[in-house]
Structures are given as structure tokens and as C-alpha cells.
Design a protein around this ligand. Structure first.
Ligand code: FES
Ligand code: MG
Length: 589
């Protein structure tokens, strides 16, 4: 290790010019058994950013994996130091785990900046943990590598695959229609979560873990190995060894996560059928690298890419099947063969290029991972819509199913557009209270609208735009209605909703002016979504709303909610914080 660069941890532990501070910095790291020899031998100090805990069951297996990674860090000549991250459990946090993404980001930036760490191993998994940790690695730019916790095993119920989240969205329609009771609902939900690990569907977790690999921030093959498999522990070991080498090579996040890497990730996201939360998170990672990335980029780079991965909610299979079929390497291998990956020669965490890592990756099950010649859908990416309702909102057109197409997109004179009366809900509580109220008179051609559900309105932005039809329409066979909103939708939902509308109603967005009964027209060809209300009428409504003090939002319940709402940018800008310096690069400080 004679050619090791001077490590930033020596500023704490081996600063000859300041023996007093050095002694002070050292003493507490010695008091649990580390020795001065270890801490002053120019061995890389590697942080293990621990996201697992009893509060974060999706990532809890990282408590075990970190031990394996720590052994590897030692074997490679480093010193592991494990520390906790702010917990983010997608299914357990009120009002939404999304509120905590930026808080975990801020916490990790402070930790990486303020402590004697030369590199960091990021334990990723449950939805927001992955972007929060990658965002922090981007800002601080010390050598970093990610390790997925891996998906849960496949869930099964009555002999059929039961996928995380997806069975919830299906079962709630059956519960609303009186076909199952609350006990059966819980039993089905539990059957979809049979082991430790993250959601086994192509929800936000599988999406973001796969994109962390596509970006080059994980070792090849790391994303898809199920949490309980033996390979998961072995991958923890390889990852631990590699981060020590990365410190010695001075290979940093900004060298790996370039604009080209982000463009590759958009393409991979389409091929995966990835979550509609991915643009928010990737745009945020880009912002913290000081790189611009917009929803327009997502459409231009990703919309035409075919859907290759046959996973629920859009497809049939689950996480174990994805791993056995070849996982992310097989998907990237297919894209490389078809010439669809725009930048195959970018460097990744193992020091090799994507092409070197993945060109020969085999597909073991061609029904789970399709070839671009035989895709599940021809175009799998997102459309970026705009109009007088919002400046930008995305739609995952691959989620448009036959029922939706037949009911809303079957006019031969106007095959790419649909139009209907708006039914407006102000936040999820309003929706739950009124959706089955017959006085709303919801007809099958209506368009359900959810507002007050964005980053400021429902701090963090609620995952609620995928609204179910009223029970009386479900009983008539209407299972999918068009939904538009300034909130998000779970990546495990297969609804063809128009999401993440920016700016939101609570931030001056046009959705605030909409009234139930107004007609809305959505044209997928021209990418327009408008309320068909005359200009003068909209101007009058705006004046009335402004006089009334603007779109009403509930009071903040915690200090962080209040701070977050003051500073947060719209979903289209990644929901990052206003005024925060994006890219610090403290790697040598
Ligand atoms: Fe944690 Fe889905 S709820 S990964
Ligand atoms: Mg979610």
C-alpha cells in the first residue's frame, strides 16, 4: 500500500501539526478496542452506512450483511466503522417515507463530511434508502459503493404468486366489493412478504436497486440476489473488499455517476418497467452531482425503449424469478446486444466498463427477461405531459392495459386522446371519505383527480394518485379509471396514472383551479393535459383563490415537515431542497 494516496482520515488521526486535536479525535475510537497502530497506519477507514434496524424491516438483513462486509474490509486492509442512518421504512412511516428521504440525505452528508471516513459502503434496499444514500454520496464525493439487501423471496397465495404491494391494490378492490373480509385481506398481504428483503415486485425498491447497479455504483449482479440467498452474503464480502480498493484507486461517485451513466439508467429503467418514482430520485441524484436532468430527458431517452422484464405489477413474475433469469446483468446484456444502451463504455464500481461487465451476461429464462425482438411492450418509458393543469407530469404508458385502452383510447378518430369530467379530491383523506358517495355521480368516463398530495401539500408527497373506482363501478366491471394528481403512486401499482404533477396545487399549480365537473382532455400524442375551461374563467378562479389565501394546506405536525415545506422544490426537480449547495466534493478535505 506504499502508493496509497494520503487519506483524509489522517487529518483526524495522524495530524503531527496538531497533536492535541489528534489525541482528542483518537481517544474515543480507542476506547472500544481499536489500537493506535490501526488508526495511524494509513489504512483506509471505511464507513458502513447502516440503514437496517427493527424499524426498517426491509433493510434489517443489512445488520447481518454488514458483518460480512466488515470482515472483507479487514481482509482487504481497511478498518470498518459501522454507523446508523436515519431509518426510512416505506410502509411504516407517517405521513410518508418520502418526507424522510431528504432528512436521511442531510444526515448522511453531515456524517460523511464530519467524521474521519475515507470511503463508504452504502446499504441500500427499501425505496427511499437507495436514493437518499446515493444523493449523499454524490454531494460528498468520497469513494462509495452500494450493497443491496436484496428482494424478499417470492410470495405465494392459493398457489399463485403474490407480489408486494400489487396484491394490496388488487385486494382492496375485492374488499371494497365485499368479496373478502379484513382478515383475508391481512392474510393475503402477509403472504406477499415471506422473508426478509425488499419488495419482490418491480416497485420502487427493485427499480432503484437495479438502477444503482446500472449507474455503476454496485458490483455486477448485486441488485437482484434475494436477501436470504447465500450469494447475498458473498456479494456483501466482495463489496466490502472492493470499497477498500476504490479508496486506494481514488475512484469516486462523480467519476462513476456521470451524465452518461444517468442516461444509461433511464434506458435500463424503461427495459425494467421501472417505477414512476424513479424520475424523482434520479433527477435528485443528478442535482446533487451538479448535473441537470429533467422529465423531458426521461421521455427523449427512455420512452421508445422496449419493456423486457416480465415482473409484476405490469408482468407476471417476482424477484426470485428475476434473479434466476439473470437479473440486471441479463437486462443490460440484452440492451447492449441490441445497441440500445447509449454509453456502454462508462466505468463502474469494479473499475471495468458496463460493456466489459455485461456484454456476455446470459438470459436463463426468456419469458422473464425478454429479448428486444420479443418485448412485452414496444415502448416502456414515460411520457412527459404538460398543459394548464401543470408544467410537467409523467405517465407510464406501459401500464395502460386492455380495459383502459378499450374504454378510454378506442375512438378511431382520436385514438391517442381521452376526455371526461373531473372528479376532484383534496388529499387522500377526502378521497377515502367520499369515493363511494353516490352523490358524486361518478360515471365510467370520469377522470379522478387528486391534489393537495405533493411535496408541500402533503409533506413529502403522498403515494395516492392510483385511486380505485367507486365500489358501484367496480361491481359493474370498471377496474381502471384515468387518474391525475400532484402526488405519487406506488411503484407496485400497475395503474396508468398521470403523476408527480409539478408545480403542485399547494405551490401555485393549475390543479388548484380545477372544479369537479370541468372537462379534462389528455392527448398522449401531443403530450397535452388540459382542463377545458375558458381563460377568463381560470383568471377569475385564480383571483378568488389568491384572495382566499391560496390553496389550503394542513398545518405541519413536526419541525422537519415545516422546514421541508419551506425549502422543497417540485417533483420534476427531484424534490431536492432549495438553496442547498448541490455538490460539495469533500473528498480531500
Ligand atoms: Fe420496503 Fe417495499 S416497502 S421495499
Ligand atoms: Mg412506495
Amino acid at each position: 500500500m506504499s502508493d496509497t494516496p494520503k487519506l483524509r482520515s489522517r487529518n483526524w488521526f495522524d495530524n503531527l501539526a496538531d497533536p492535541e486535536m489528534t489525541a482528542l479525535y483518537l481517544e474515543r475510537y480507542l476506547n472500544f478496542g481499536l489500537t493506535t497502530d490501526e488508526l495511524r497506519s494509513n489504512r483506509p477507514i471505511i464507513g458502513i452506512a447502516q440503514t437496517g434496524s427493527d424499524l426498517s424491516p426491509c433493510n434489517r438483513h443489512h445488520l447481518e450483511l454488514a458483518k460480512r462486509a466488515a470482515q472483507a474490509i479487514r481482509d482487504a486492509g481497511g478498518i470498518p466503522i459501522e454507523f446508523p442512518c436515519h431509518p426510512i421504512q416505506e410502509t411504516g412511516k407517517r405521513p410518508t417515507a418520502m418526507l424522510d428521504r431528504n432528512l436521511a440525505y442531510l444526515g448522511l452528508v453531515e456524517t460523511l463530511y464530519g467524521y474521519p471516513l475515507d470511503g463508504v459502503l452504502l446499504t441500500i434496499g427499501c425505496d427511499k434508502t437507495t436514493p437518499a444514500l446515493l444523493m449523499a454520496a454524490a454531494t460528498v464525493n468520497i469513494p462509495a459503493i452500494a450493497l443491496s439487501v436484496g428482494p424478499m423471496l417470492n410470495g405465494w397465495h392459493n398457489g399463485k404468486r403474490a407480489g408486494s404491494g400489487t396484491v394490496i391494490w388488487e385486494s382492496r378492490q375485492r374488499l371494497a366489493a365485499g368479496e373478502i373480509d379484513a382478515d383475508e385481506f391481512l392474510e393475503i398481504a402477509a403472504s406477499s412478504a415471506p422473508s426478509n428483503g425488499y419488495c419482490n415486485t418491480m416497485g420502487t425498491a427493485t427499480t432503484m436497486n437495479s438502477l444503482a447497479e446500472a449507474l455503476g455504483m454496485q458490483l455486477p449482479g448485486s441488485a437482484a440476489i434475494p436477501a436470504p440467498y447465500r450469494e447475498r452474503g458473498q456479494m456483501a464480502y466482495h463489496t466490502g473488499r472492493r470499497i477498500v480498493e476504490m479508496v486506494n484507486e481514488d475512484l469516486r461517485p462523480a467519476t462513476i455517476m456521470t451524465r452518461q451513466a444517468l442516461e444509461n439508467a433511464i434506458v435500463v429503467n424503461s427495459a425494467l418497467g421501472g417505477s414512476t418514482n424513479a424520475p424523482i430520485h434520479l433527477n435528485a441524484i443528478a442535482a446533487h452531482l451538479g448535473l441537470p436532468l429533467t422529465n423531458d430527458d426521461w421521455e427523449k431517452i427512455g420512452h421508445h425503449i422496449p419493456l423486457l422484464v416480465n415482473l409484476q405489477p405490469v408482468g407476471a413474475y417476482l424477484g426470485e424469478d428475476f434473479h434466476r433469469a439473470g437479473g440486471v446483468p441479463a437486462v443490460i446484456g440484452q440492451l447492449l446486444k441490441a445497441g440500445l444502451l447509449p454509453h456502454p463504455d462508462i466505468v463502474t464500481a469494479n473499475g471495468k466498463t458496463l460493456r466489459e461487465n455485461y456484454a456476455d451476461a446470459p438470459v436463463h429464462d426468456a419469458d422473464v427477461i425478454r429479448s428486444p425482438n420479443d418485448p412485452l411492450k414496444q415502448t416502456a418509458g414515460f411520457l412527459n405531459l404538460s398543459g394548464n393543469l401543470f408544467d410537467s407530469a409523467i405517465m407510464k404508458t406501459s401500464a395502460i392495459n386492455d380495459e383502459f385502452r378499450t374504454r378510454y383510447l378506442s375512438n378511431p378518430d382520436d385514438p391517442d386522446a381521452f376526455e371526461g369530467p373531473a372528479i376532484v379530491f383534496d388529499g387522500p383523506e377526502d378521497f377515502h371519505a367520499r369515493i363511494d358517495d353516490p352523490s358524486l355521480g361518478i360515471t365510467p368516463d370520469a377522470i379522478l383527480v387528486m391534489r393537495g398530495a405533493g411535496p408541500k401539500g402533503y409533506p413529502g408527497g403522498a403515494e395516492v394518485v392510483n385511486m380505485r373506482p367507486p365500489a358501484y363501478l367496480i361491481k359493474q366491471g370498471v377496474h381502471a379509471m384515468p387518474c391525475i394528481g400532484d402526488g405519487r403512486q406506488s411503484g407496485t401499482s400497475g395503474s396508468a396514472s398521470i403523476l408527480n404533477a409539478s408545480p403542485e396545487a399547494a405551490d401555485g399549480g393549475g390543479l388548484a383551479l380545477l372544479k369537479s365537473g370541468d372537462r379534462i382532455r389528455v392527448d398522449l400524442k401531443t403530450r397535452k393535459a388540459d382542463m377545458l375551461v375558458p381563460e377568463e374563467e381560470l383568471a377569475a378562479r385564480l383571483t378568488a383563490l389568491t384572495d382566499a389565501g391560496g390553496y389550503p394546506s394542513p398545518a405541519s405536525q413536526t419541525p422537519w415537515q415545516a422546514l421541508f415545506r419551506e425549502k422543497v422544490k417540485p417533483f420534476a426537480d427531484g424534490m431536492v431542497l432549495e438553496g442547498a449547495p448541490d455538490f460539495l466534493d469533500v473528498s480531500s478535505k
